[in-house]
Design a protein around this ligand. Structure first.
Ligand SMILES: Cc1cc2nc3c(=O)[nH]c(=O)nc-3n(C[C@H](O)[C@H](O)[C@H](O)COP(=O)(O)O)c2cc1C
Length: 373
């Protein structure tokens, strides 16, 4: 691994292949760059999807002595991208996960780097695999991967992680950090886990600063960047389905991310699931109760949370009597669950009515959301 520190004014170049301007990948790149700049480094983002870079046609012209390591294709934006690679003190490859691989513009960029490899074999210093010898123009520098994906299990990134290490070796780069961010669409649900979300963004910022200061990203920072945002695969899958259902119901595409996420983060189907998953049984481990939410207003519906054997689950409302019934509007309940309004305050102001076990109502703050930060 790279031992020496980067100089404080290190020039870091991020090769970004995220096509979506309002996407999560770009947001996390921005966090990373903010960290670079805070640490005194300079950050340049090369936006590959906006560049005209033709596909490698596999002619091997660049290995022909007449071309001397230059591409045989007509000049295009690859000259600029190649110069940015050679010039940087450290490099970041950033991509959304597309079909378990990297986005097309980054792949195309890599393919066009064949002229920076030689027609002879060499053993990659990181992977130990034999591959093309990197050109002498490629001095050894750190490289970091940023990859974002929609799903929860980090194995979705296995293909990108292993190809990143191989590409790093092929370009004589030193792998210095792998920042993977699963469950990206949940990053907008800030109301449910405010501290957790801040920590994820902070991890990307810290990673940028660490790259400038130490020439590498710590494992702790990598883990913080990719920590799960949901308690289980089941909850994640349910949120995923609800999110896309809202998009379809409202006719919103991913380009309207802000609107979609505003609606999704206030959606009662998601909020009730989150409420159930925040249940803390340590306060009263013997509790058995059904809590019904009767919601009027813009999104009228009924939800039941069943507490038994130290667990809490959202269950279908069958109309059987509940231990506690909380009635209010869906808008107010969303504000309560997003912690914009205190539930007991809303009750005192008669914005919420309660029937059944009122003592249980007074314990709600300890049973739910207390551990959720
Ligand atoms: C064409 C395409 C393919 C995708 N393939 C995967 C995939 O294989 N696995 C996954 O978890 N997410 C996949 N996604 C979701 C994106 O990786 C994820 O939403 C990412 O955070 C998007 O980045 P963005 O917000 O910067 O656009 C795919 C998205 C698109 C558009």
């Amino acid at each position: 691994m790279m031992e020496e520190s980067q100089s404080p004014n290190a020039r870091i170049t991020v090769f970004s292949s995220a096509p979506r301007p309002s996407g999560f990948t770009r947001e996390l790149e921005d966090d990373f760059c903010a960290g670079v700049q805070k640490a005194g480094g300079q950050c340049r983002i090369v936006r590959l999807p906006q560049m005209k870079i033709a596909e490698c046609r596999g002619c091997y012209g660049c290995w022909n002595p007449t071309h001397r390591g230059q591409c045989a294709l007509p000049e295009d934006d690859m000259s600029e991208a190649r110069a940015a690679l050679l010039d940087a003190d450290a490099v970041v490859f950033s991509t959304p996960l597309y079909f378990f691989g990297i986005a097309a513009s980054l792949k195309r960029f890599f393919e066009r780097l064949l002229p920076l490899t030689e027609p002879s074999a060499a053993v990659g210093s990181f992977t130990g695999l034999t591959m093309n010898r990197p050109s002498a123009l490629l001095r050894r520098r750190p490289v970091v991967l940023i990859c974002t994906g929609a799903h929860r299990d980090k194995r979705i990134f296995d293909g990108v992680r292993s190809s990143f290490l191989l590409v790093a070796d092929a370009l004589n780069l030193e792998p210095a950090g792998i920042l993977l961010r699963p469950e990206t669409f949940l990053l907008d649900f800030q109301g449910s886990y405010p501290t957790l979300h801040r920590r994820v963004h902070a991890a990307f910022e810290d990673a940028g600063a660490q790259l400038v200061h130490d020439g590498r990203v710590t494992q702790q920072c990598e883990e913080q960047a990719s920590q799960p945002l949901t308690k289980s695969q089941e909850i994640m899958d349910s949120h995923f389905a609800t999110y896309w259902k809202i998009a379809q119901e409202q006719g919103l595409g991913p380009a309207q991310r802000r609107e979609l996420c505003y609606l999704a983060s206030r959606d009662m189907r998601i909020l009730i699931q989150e409420l159930a998953s925040s249940y803390d049984s340590t306060f009263d481990s013997a509790l058995r109760a059904d809590i019904r939410f009767e919601l009027a207003g813009a999104d009228p519906d009924r939800y039941v949370l069943r507490i038994a054997e130290g667990q809490c689950h959202a269950v279908p409302d069958t109309g059987t009597p509940a231990t506690l019934t909380i009635s209010t509007s869906s808008e107010l309940m969303a504000d309560v669950l997003l912690r914009k309004i205190d539930m007991r305050m809303a009750y005192a102001q008669k914005l919420i009515t309660v029937s059944g076990n009122r003592q249980l109502f007074t314990k709600m703050g300890k049973l739910f959301l207390a551990s959720r930060k």
